[in-house]
Write a protein of this length. Sequence first.
Length: 212
Amino acid sequence: MSHATASAPAHPRRTWGFAGALVLAWAAAAAAARVVGVWMAIGPMAVLLAVLTLRAVGGSRTGAPWLRGALAWGVPAGGVMVAGTYLLHGPVTAALPWLREDIAGLYAAFDGPGRAFAAVAMPVVVVCEEIVWRGAVYAALPAGLGHAARVGLVTLLYAAAHAPLGSPGLAMACVGAGACWAALRAVTGQLAPVVVAHLIWDAVVLLWFPLA
């Protein structure tokens, strides 16, 4: 998952249309999650959209440069994101007390099928999520906008596509974490570091040391 996965095809309009369809499909899954649960709605949709993305834009390259980028950028970025999350959690929930209940509800939804299931499914969903968002959707945005604008736009789309789930806490997390992952994608030009950072953050904050 390096440049090959994230590079736009030769037909920009078709690429933008495909990316728009990905965003709408993800939003539909987020809305369905209110009925069937997060894992049952977003999990299968993430896998399906990632498969369609790989079929549309090609495969990925692997090897030493991929691994070096993942370790050199992804691990430190994931660690900084984890530290920032715990540092900000107290002040933010103190200023917005209602957010504690919302976060608790998110954890309950995440743990619904069981912690063991979440531990197995999470890496698959994270990889698929990054192929879709910081891969296809990011790459579809015009390069002429500049990195900062592309990071901002993909982050807003990412948060908007999760908004139908109805959780302000999730929307805030999508803005904060999504901006970090998009910025990492812009700086490195690769998905591998983003996947690693995302996996670290999810594993620590969602599985090992929950905020609520």
